[in-house]
Design a binder for this molecule. Structure first.
Ligand code: ADP
Ligand code: ZN
Length: 686
């Protein structure tokens, strides 16, 4: 017998099931290791494509792969996406209906199920282990493996049972996480692998598709409205520092004509869940939220994230912007900040209940973020540098787009420090600026500050320019607001060398974003393709609504963009689009094709559909032509004969080279070989 086209080759399945032309960086090595049955730990940034690293091996390997994942909502989405791609997957969670659970067990009993998702709570049940033994689990995959860490913020006690389960089942385990710090990694190895180091893959932190930008607050509401207006119709998140602000900003965005919802921890759980579901399923919704919005969302096609207020640390910043563009498509971010943010974040740390070392560390993380905000060179280099990675200028951040203008501010900074020290470190920036610019306000006169030697020494700079100097000094941690003195600025150790004239300071020429309110809409595709793209999106929305699934489960943005640009005219060409696998071609191909061609739906016999996009497809078509031509023989008066579609498909795939090989194909009787044989072989030899 001839072998069927290989189905257990991971590259083949990558294309035919997931519709991806190749692996993302790092995926292939991980897939190979997992496939070979080695214990593995993969640390990859969010959006790096971790799921594929266990889904693909699960399809290639015999038996069931057990997937442990912390959140029911995420699990259900993954299962839905897998099913849409034609993969037998199921979940056992407390959110299941009885029918769903029944269907999962039936698929297990029939040996069909390839991936079984299970909530960690279920591991606590005594019935679980025998069940897993019975169904033939051959591999365990642990998503968000950092949840075993007791010191992390996502600790799940039930994750501690996974190690024991691995031992009892005696199967390989593959652990995945985006959190890479060394302590967490050690804990994962200790708890999941009994301290035996697994094969470890560490993929960098870079998310090159995310554009980075910061702007100093200057009518912040207008800044956010402008940013959103330029991205109208694209899904985005606006993070705010307070609950109240989420509601007012959502209102403003709604009035500007955007599809908007707000979300914060003060809302009823049910209401929050409703917003999460809307965001997941609707196209182009903006959610204005506090940081409470995040864990429960797994939407790969978020196109932008804006911070209306400064995040609390560089880690939070990285995590929050990282929710954008997980599908690998272009995504944009904007983070607004100002002196008030710096004061607020400092006082939150100072007034918190953490022990002193912890507060010190928190100030350090905030400093790192402020350093990024006030950066004078490529932001990605600064960001990755913080995580210990070296990189070149990225070409995808605001400072690469438009280099910063810096000036030597040593003199200005020393004047400011002197004003702070001479007033006993008891005043905020406003009063200090009045002194420097020689503005004899009543408060200045009352304190006798108009008699200081620093009075009026800073007249060369305007008031806003001094504001920028003070902000940047706070950003560089040269001065810190003191919560106990109502935010009065105090000098830090870092400022001493500057004061002594030993270290020069370069500051940015004011970074206030005065960009004209030009609302050039950022398009996902060139103008001539935009109409087609929105027609394709409308089709996607209709299909998603009918099926009750998120839009990206039908096709991600990137796939629709590629369709709009490449405009495939046949189902064969459609198969060449990234994200179109065999199952999705069968389910949706014809409908999207008719949107592109404007014609009715092209219908292909299922046997032919399976060959779409392959050489065998074209051969099939020519065999079919020959068969029509010869249906009544060369002379056109013979008995009517034809082969079934299944037979033609087998001939196209197996390519017999002789009449006797052709005769072995099911359905090719003697008469048919006689009638079609020579013509078919001619096609095949061509
Ligand atoms: P995470 O690492 O955050 O879990 P996911 O597994 O959710 O990331 O993958 C993020 C997105 O990238 C998904 O939309 C997925 O379909 C897509 N993706 C994964 N691997 C590839 C690939 N090799 N080619 C194209 N897209 C991919
Ligand atoms: Zn850059």
């Amino acid at each position: 017998m001839h072998p069927e086209p290989t189905t257990t080759d991971p590259r083949g399945l990558l294309a035919s099931v997931f519709g991806f032309p190749g692996f993302r960086p790092g995926q292939e090595e991980i897939v190979q290791a997992v496939l070979a049955g080695r214990n593995t730990l993969a640390i990859m940034p969010t959006g790096g494509g971790k799921s594929l690293c266990f889904q693909l091996p699960a399809l290639c390997r015999a038996g069931v792969t057990l997937v442990v994942s912390p959140l029911i909502a995420l699990m259900r989405d993954q299962v839905r996406a897998l099913r849409a791609a034609g993969v037998e997957a199921g979940a056992l969670t407390s959110g299941n209906t009885e029918e769903e659970t029944e269907a999962v067990f039936q698929a297990l009993d029939e040996g069909r199920l390839k991936l079984l998702y299970i909530a960690p709570e279920r591991l606590a049940s005594a019935a679980t282990l025998p069940m897993l033994r019975r169904i033939g689990v051959r591999l365990i995959a642990v998503d968000e493996a950092h949840c075993v860490s007791q010191w992390g913020h996502d600790f799940r006690p039930d994750y501690l049972r996974i190690g024991e389960m691995r031992r009892m089942l005696n199967v390989p385990l593959a652990a995945f996480t985006a959190t890479a710090d060394a302590e967490t990694r050690d804990e994962i190895v200790a708890r999941l692998f009994d301290g035996q180091p697994p094969e470890t893959f560490l993929r960098g932190f870079d998310r090159p598709n995310i554009h980075l930008a910061f702007a100093v607050k200057d009518s912040p509401r207008e800044q956010i409205l402008r940013f959103a207006a330029a991205r109208k119709g694209q899904s985005g998140i606006v993070y705010c520092g307070t609950r109240a602000k989420t509601e007012t900003l959502a209102q403003a965005l709604r009035e500007a004509g955007h599809l908007t919802a707000f979300y914060h921890g003060g809302m009823e759980a049910e209401e929050r869940r409703r917003v999460e579901i809307r965001f997941q399923q609707e196209d182009g919704l903006i959610v204005v939220a506090t940081v409470a919005f995040g864990m429960g969302i797994d939407k790969p096609d978020i196109r932008w994230v804006a911070h209306a207020d400064l995040p609390k640390s560089i880690e939070s910043y990285y995590q929050e912007i990282g929710r954008a563009g997980r599908d690998g498509g272009a995504a944009e971010t904007l983070t607004l900040y100002g002196p008030d943010d710096i004061r607020l974040r400092r006082s939150q740390i100072d007034e918190g209940l953490a022990p002193p070392e912890r507060k010190q560390a928190d100030h350090g993380r905030l400093n790192a973020l402020l350093g990024l905000a006030e950066a004078v060179q490529c932001r990605r280099r600064v960001l990755l540098g913080y995580f210990g990675e070296e990189s070149e200028a990225c070409g995808n951040c605001d400072l690469c787009d438009r280099p910063a203008q810096v000036f030597d501010a040593t003199d200005a900074v020393r004047k400011a420090l002197s004003a702070i020290l001479r007033t006993g470190e008891y005043f905020g920036a406003g009063h200090l600026i009045d002194i420097l610019t020689g503005n004899a306000t009543p408060k200045v006169r009352e304190r006798g500050h108009d008699g200081l030697p620093t009075f009026g020494v800073g007249r060369d700079l305007s008031k806003p320019a001094w504001g920028a100097v003070f902000r940047q000094m706070m950003g560089r941690d040269l001065v810190r607001p003191d919560a106990e003195r109502h935010g009065a600025l105090r000098m830090t150790e870092a400022a001493r060398p500057v004061l002594r004239g030993e270290a020069p300071v370069l500051l940015r020429q004011d970074t206030v974003d005065k960009a004209a309110p030009r609302v050039a809409v950022k398009m996902q595709v060139a103008e001539e393709d935009a109409g087609l793209l929105s027609a394709l999106k409308a089709k996607r929305r209709a299909l998603a609504e009918a099926a009750g699934v998120p839009a990206y489960v039908i096709f991600p943005d990137r796939t629709l963009i590629e369709m709009a640009e490449a405009r495939p005219q046949t189902l064969d060409a459609m198969m060449g689009i990234t994200g179109v696998g065999a199952k999705k071609l069968e389910s949706f191909g014809a409908q999207f094709l008719s949107v592109i061609t404007g014609a009715g739906e092209e219908r292909l016999h299922p046997a032919r559909m399976r060959l779409a996009g392959r050489d065998a497809g074209a051969i099939y078509d020519r065999l079919e032509e020959e068969q029509v031509r010869l249906a009544r023989g060369e002379d056109g008066i013979g008995k009517h004969l034809s082969c079934t579609h299944a037979t033609l498909r087998q001939i196209a795939e197996r390519r017999p080279s002789t009449l006797s090989e052709l005769a072995q194909i099911t359905g090719m009787g003697e008469q048919k070989v006689e009638r079609f044989g020579a013509a078919f072989l001619a096609v095949l030899n061509d």
